[in-house]
Write a protein that binds this ligand. Structure first.
Ligand SMILES: Nc1ncnc2c1ncn2[C@@H]1O[C@H](COP(=O)(O)OP(=O)(O)O)[C@@H](O)[C@H]1O
Ligand SMILES: O=P(O)(O)OC[C@H](O)CO
Length: 499
């Protein structure tokens, strides 16, 4: 489904409705960077009703990317109401809410009043690019790298090796939060008065849903901020101290599938339990049933995210793939390693805004109508180039333009650039992660595109499975919610669909 279709989407899955109507349902939400969507799942894992809206990003300055929290909140509530209405069920039949969110997009707010101090600062925002450069070249980082290299040499402790290769990026929350703490006096003041809350989208939605009575995040979201220590499973003292992030503003970290509290009755008329908070990539991994070590998923949404299940322990980073918590449910802990490219769907949306086509689905035919791109190449880097290049200042560009270049060549070059970035990420995964890949599953809006899928598969020389249902983040969140409310049969049935 494209972002454009999403604006109008609100459908009822008549054909898949089971004959005897079940009475309990779970909601799976995905707050993406392009689309916010909600599906109502029944106990046989059928989608009974859906709703989606396009997320409006705000660009106050070149390179800055924000989201208006009030607009996002209104859309969040609306997609839930619309999906439940489309399913033809009552709110009191919803037994659990699972929320998957774009990660590392954050906000700070006043603890006493609940009022936010600024818009959400998106994971795509580049305002901290200079801070990132200066920190990565700083004496402190050089000392840290040198000292930990030495410690690794003597101790062979792999955590030391990881720290010795640690660098800041703009995608992590860390230095964007530092920028906010340094530049917004009201935030600084609130921190001094112990009146400031920090939260990624999951935390803020939970806070809003429970009218301030619940304040928490989960391990998957925390681990994507850049200042969570996945080895010690707590906020990183080292990084927080180094860049002066006060611990007092950070939420407690809970299991991914957990009773986070109930939605205030005033919002939907009934107190629905919020029973899963999860980062969207981790949720897609869960929805794709990547449960075994070596399972890989490739999500192509706003950005591309390639994740591998590394088992019970966090991977030691080598400069490109970084360790994350997949999910924690009681004693079960699953770790991932992730590499990403920031601009995938964003390149499609950009080209659409320039009227190169009217619907994203047209791009496939346009690319296939040509033999090749006639030597035209596109660099997809509106938000810099991530690993293995790690250049936050790289800018997007076309090259190889000729008199004969048509919009078809430009579109083909854009799609090819997505496949080339996939290949680059996959090669890096094979170089850095010493775990054999078992299978690769794809999801996200851009995986609708058969040209990108085929070219990626040809370039990496691997088969890539594409599930019938692409909204894996919703499915994962619903499954995790189903687990928490004890509707195991519901959660497991959801998963059986994609196995
Ligand atoms: N057939 C298609 N070909 C190329 N891109 C597509 C196609 N269908 C959808 N998209 C793109 O997928 C993106 C949305 O993907 P989605 O996974 O919903 O994003 P997110 O979860 O990041 O909000 C949009 O940029 C849209 O243009
Ligand atoms: O908006 P998406 O789905 O591309 O996901 C964004 C990521 O979660 C950012 O870390």
């Amino acid at each position: 489904m494209s972002g454009q279709q999403a604006g109008a989407e609100q459908r009822r899955e008549e054909s898949s409705a089971p004959t005897s109507s079940p009475s309990r349902f779970v909601l799976g939400l995905d707050v993406g960077s392009t689309v916010i969507r909600c599906h109502v799942y029944d106990r046989t894992a059928r989608v009974r009703g859906s709703s989606a809206q396009k997320v409006e990003n705000v660009y106050p300055q070149p390179g800055w990317v924000e989201i208006d929290p009030d607009a996002l909140w209104a859309q969040f509530v609306a997609v839930i109401k619309d999906a439940v209405k489309a399913a033809g069920v009552q709110m009191n039949q919803i037994v659990g809410l699972g929320i998957s969110t774009q990660r590392a997009t954050f906000i700070t707010w006043n603890k006493k009043t609940g009022h936010h101090f600024h818009n959400f600062i998106s994971w795509q925002d580049l305002r901290a690019a200079e801070l990132v450069k200066s920190w990565n070249n700083s004496l402190i980082m050089k000392l840290l790298h040198g000292a930990t290299k030495l410690l690794h040499f003597f101790s062979r402790n792999k955590v030391m090796l990881t720290v010795s290769r640690f660098t800041f990026t703009t995608q992590h929350v860390t230095l964007r939060l530092v920028w906010i703490l340094q530049n917004l006096p009201e935030v600084k003041k609130a921190v001094e008065e112990d009146n400031c809350c920090f939260g990624t989208i999951d935390t803020w939605l939970l806070y809003k849903l429970t009218k301030g009575s619940s304040y928490a995040t989960d391990y998957s979201n925390a681990s994507t901020t850049g200042f969570f220590d996945p080895y010690a499973m707590r906020w990183s003292k080292l990084i927080a101290t180094m860049v002066s992030i006060p611990f007092s503003i950070l939420p407690p970290v809970r299991d991914t599938s957990y009773n986070f509290g109930s939605v205030d009755e005033e919002i939907f008329g009934v107190p629905i339990p919020v029973v899963a908070l999860v980062g969207d990539q981790q949720s897609a991994m869960f929805g794709e049933c990547c449960f075994e070590t070596g399972d890989v998923k490739l999500t192509m949404g706003t950005g591309t995210f390639l994740d591998i299940n590394t088992g019970k322990t966090p991977q030691h980073v080598n400069g490109g793939f970084y360790p994350l918590i997949g999910w924690k449910i009681g004693h079960e802990l699953v770790c991932l390693a992730e590499g990403n490219a920031g601009d995938t769907g964003t390149a499609i949306v950009w080209a659409q805004k320039l009227d190169l086509f009217t619907d994203a689905a047209e791009t496939e035919k346009m690319a296939l109508s040509l033999e090749d791109s006639e030597g035209v190449y596109f660099v997809p880097s509106f938000s810099g180039l991530q690993a293995p290049l790690n250049d936050p200042c790289a800018c997007a560009s076309f090259m190889g333009l000729k008199h004969s270049t048509s919009k078809y060549h430009l579109v083909r070059a854009i799609l090819e650039s997505i496949a080339f970035r996939n290949k680059q990420l996959y090669d890096m995964l094979q170089r850095e992660i010493q775990i054999p890949v078992t299978n690769i599953r794809a999801d996200g809006g851009v995986c609708n595109n058969a040209f990108v899928m085929q070219m990626t598969s040809d370039l990496i020389n691997e088969k890539i499975d594409r599930p019938a249902h692409f909204d894996m983040s919703c499915l994962g969140a619903a499954s995790l919610a189903g687990l928490a409310v004890g509707c195991l049969h519901e959660a497991l049935a959801v998963l059986e669909l994609v196995l």
